[in-house]
Design a protein around this ligand. Structure first.
Ligand SMILES: Cc1cc2nc3c(=O)[nH]c(=O)nc-3n(C[C@H](O)[C@H](O)[C@H](O)COP(=O)(O)OP(=O)(O)OC[C@H]3O[C@@H](n4cnc5c(N)ncnc54)[C@H](O)[C@@H]3O)c2cc1C
Ligand code: SF4
Length: 455
């Protein structure tokens, strides 16, 4: 029976007064009763607008119908046809800009909590089922995967399930890409990511960490080692800095470096982070929100500065809400223009007040300087204004074309211009979202299988 209430069932969360002192997950997940109640709100719309909004066209009403009748195992079976990472996507997908944006309930009330239900189903399954992988007949062909982010994990997992011998080469000393070093544990706990890494290992995938593919070991060298195809999923992790900011001062951090320290080196933070009393984070995306909430948890007084208004900010709404709940100041229409240092250390940032002008190419109203300036004293400035492509892989390999923005150029089958080399995820699209990287990795695996089967 449909439960036609307009508000969605609230997500249980760690109390605000407790969570700012720890890195534990803030959202605690639905209980079985919460999930059934929420699933009963789904109208099972004939045209399935939610499915059209999902980048991988997840079978949303079908899995929700199973949750509504308490058949969580069947719901899991449906979800995992399209997604190999429901526990991750259920936590980090910007559902309000995707499936939930299209939900029929959103016209007059709150969308069905599709992401919350996806997370519930995946967590329910993981809590009851140890990792197990089916026996597969080996094909006797080796495939290399460059990068262990969601694109690489998804591609490697699907290829291993088809019987290929897969080796993942990861430049860092740990696997997981942004899922591990970037997104903090209070949003995405390590154990959720580790289950995926452990599943790959159980499938026989070899993960070689601290092993960059670059001039020291190129894609040509991988082919010479007997790999018959290569998937490149090395992301887009080179920080972009707003013009004019002196990043050489101690205390000025790229968001990636700051998050890596706080997420992976929490107990031995560098003095520059540990001793900072005030931290300014510049940006309006998920990265900025993650960084500013990390700064709060390491004991600083954080301020997020964004050159547009929060209404235009690309960060997920849930995370902006959590930021506000955690009493973190957000200064809208504010842009840093100068880092002020003393004895090589950051002591303050000069900022300009902005106003909104005409819409730009993104469709959002563009920020325009007012010529009015002010300063904020701070010890850290964390720059979260975007990243771009690394040249490590492409520029050390002949025959891989780039598109006009610098990403790896691929066709619909994720083939690059070099036969046998495929690519997907942020390395192709620029910074995007986890579900798109995962989808690209999976579709590339199908193409790689077609390519190797025809060889
Ligand atoms: C802080 C932060 C928060 C985010 N929050 C969200 C969110 O809430 N929701 C969401 O959907 N998306 C979010 N994103 C975006 C999302 O994480 C990315 O779109 C996604 O991880 C891209 O996946 P990928 O596999 O293409 O690349 P990555 O995850 O970047 O993985 C690439 C991997 O390749 C490795 N690598 C790089 N160069 C080499 C080399 N030369 N040799 C070998 N290995 C190499 C890297 O170390 C990395 O492990 C966030 C991003 C950041 C930075
Ligand atoms: S649009 Fe909303 S109500 Fe309709 S089927 Fe999808 S989740 Fe259910």
């Amino acid at each position: 029976m449909i439960n036609n209430v307009r508000e969605r069932n609230p997500m249980p969360e760690q109390p605000i007064e407790v969570r700012c002192d720890n890195f534990n997950e803030v959202a605690l997940g639905y209980t079985e009763a919460d999930a059934i109640r929420e699933a009963m709100r789904c109208l099972n719309c004939r045209k399935k607008p939610c499915v059209a909004g999902c980048p991988i066209n997840q079978q949303i009403p079908e899995f929700i119908a199973k949750v509504a009748v308490g058949d969580f195992a069947a719901a899991y079976d449906i979800i995992t046809v399209k997604s190999c990472m429901p526990s991750i996507c259920g936590r980090v997908c910007p559902q309000e800009q995707q499936c939930e944006k299209n939900c029929a309930h959103a016209l007059k009330g709150e969308a069905v909590g599709i992401g919350r239900l996806e997370r519930f189903v995946a967590d329910w399954y993981a809590a009851r089922n140890p990792i197990s992988v089916p026996e597969v007949e080996k094909k006797g062909k080796k495939v290399a995967v460059v990068g262990s982010g969601p694109a690489g994990i998804a591609c490697a997992g699907d290829l291993a399930a088809m019987g290929y011998d897969v080796t993942v080469f990861e430049k860092l000393s740990y696997a997981g890409g942004i899922l591990t070093y970037g997104i903090p544990q209070f949003v995405l706990p390590n154990e959720v990511v580790n289950r995926h890494i452990d599943t790959l290992k159980a499938q026989g995938v070899e993960i070689v960490t601290s092993s960059p593919i670059d001039k020291s070991k190129s894609i040509d060298a991988l082919f010479a080692d007997g790999f018959e195809a290569v998937f490149v999923g090395n992301g887009a992790d080179i920080p972009q800095t707003p013009r004019g900011l002196d990043t050489s001062l101690e205390g000025v951090w790229s968001a990636n470096d700051y998050l890596t320290e706080v997420n992976l080196n929490t107990d031995a933070l560098p003095a520059s982070i540990k001793d900072a009393k005030r931290v300014l984070v510049v940006g309006g995306g998920n990265v900025a929100v993650d960084a500013v909430r990390c700064a709060k948890r390491v004991g600083a007084e954080p301020i997020m500065v964004y050159r547009r208004t929060i209404a235009e900010a690309p960060a997920r709404r849930d995370e902006i809400e959590h930021t506000r709940e955690e009493s973190i100041e957000i200064k809208e229409l504010t842009n840093p223009v100068e880092c002020i240092g003393k004895d090589g250390k950051l002591v303050a940032v000069k900022l300009e007040k902005m106003t909104l002008g005409e819409p730009d190419a993104s469709g959002r109203r563009s920020p325009v300087g007012t010529g009015e300036y002010f300063e904020i004293e701070c010890e850290n400035l964390v720059i979260a204004t975007g990243t771009s492509y690394s040249e490590d892989v492409v520029d050390t390999t002949t025959g891989i074309d780039k598109d006009k923005w610098g990403g790896i150029a691929v066709d619909d089958g994720f083939k690059t211009s070099r036969p046998g080399v495929f690519a997907g995820g942020d390395a192709v699209t620029g910074p995007q979202v986890v579900v798109k990287a995962m989808g690209a990795g999976r579709r590339a695996a199908v193409s790689i299988d077609e390519y190797l089967s025809a060889k």
